[in-house]
Design a protein around this ligand. Structure first.
Ligand code: A2P
Length: 277
């Protein structure tokens, strides 16, 4: 599929394939290894992992064993959310490289503005410290691009104000029903790429009747509509599946959604993850 090799260009000129293969909640060892291997076999060239997913070693091994040259695959990992010091970030990044078995990383993100078990805590100072360590690795060429994840405009302003560096990307939950308009508009204005994790709302958005009906009209599946929606919004979707047929299905999104239908999808303001139905 063309979309797997099409790229966005980050503000520093680095090219990033428009769809990434997500590995959150993909269990380590065989499942992570096989999923990444299937994704690469089926044309994906962008893999997203994180230290917190605890599957970096399996992801790295699959990439190596695929036989595809390292430089042809874009790989992202993330600094664990509780690490908010300069030294801690330096150590954690080197550990990530070791786990993956790489000598450089394409994109490295601060996983969240606060530790997951202290959501909302003000960690402005710690985020700046961690980001300063990442800037150093970036300048040394050990990381091709650096950014953040789950950051609000205010959290990003703090980084920019205190480091004079505009992050290249912000990875956030983004899907039909949760369009994150304020963060999206802010990032667009600052030329920060939005990466959309959970583009299917961890599966729940697949059951939305409006999405199901529209998919029928386009002769596509609900998953394809939802992934295409992210692309139409200029974001980079990170779908994930452990099944090969779905991994393939999720990459068949070389179509466009008409403006009138995008308006219908934009009008859905309901995060289905809350209801679990
Ligand atoms: P599975 O791994 O069993 O295929 P998200 O990317 O929004 O986090 O959603 C991931 C969830 O959606 C996983 O539970 C995954 O399950 C499921 N999923 C992924 N792709 C599809 C698809 N094309 N059709 C149905 N379910 C899918």
């Amino acid at each position: 599929m063309k979309v797997l090799t099409d790229v966005y260009v980050l503000s520093n000129g680095v090219k990033i394939p428009k769809i990434g293969f997500g590995t959150w909640q993909v269990p380590d060892r065989d499942v992570a290894y096989n999923s990444v291997m299937m994704a690469l076999k089926n044309g994906y060239r962008h893999i997203d992992t994180a230290a917190a997913y605890r599957n970096e070693a399996s992801v790295g091994k699959a990439i190596k064993d695929s036989g595809i040259p390292r430089e042809e695959i874009f790989v992202t990992s993330k600094l664990q959310s509780h690490i908010k010091t300069y030294d801690g970030a330096k150590e954690a990044f080197l550990q990530t490289l070791e786990e993956l078995g790489f000598d450089y990383l394409d994109l490295y993100l601060i996983h969240a503005p606060w530790p997951w078990n202290e959501m909302g805590k003000n960690c402005d100072e710690g985020n700046v410290e961690a980001f300063k360590a990442m800037i150093e690795f970036y300048k040394e060429g050990k990381i091709k691009a650096i950014g953040v994840s789950n950051f609000s405009p205010k959290d990003i302003d703090n980084i920019i104000k205190n480091t004079d560096f505009v992050p290249h990307a912000n990875q956030i939950a983004f899907f039909v029903g949760l369009d994150q308009e304020e963060t999206r508009a802010y990032c667009e204005e600052k030329n920060i790429l939005i990466e959309a994790y959970s583009p299917l709302a961890i599966g729940y958005a697949l059951k939305n009747p409006i999405v199901i009906d529209m998919a029928k009209r386009y002769d596509k599946t609900p998953a394809q509509m939802l992934i295409r929606y992210c692309l139409e919004k200029g974001t980079l979707p990170l779908p994930k599946s452990t099944h090969e047929s779905r991994i393939i299905e999720n990459s068949h999104v070389d179509f466009t959604i008409k403006k009138a239908d995008m308006d219908i999808l934009d009008d859905i303001h309901d995060d289905p993850r809350r209801w679990g139905n």
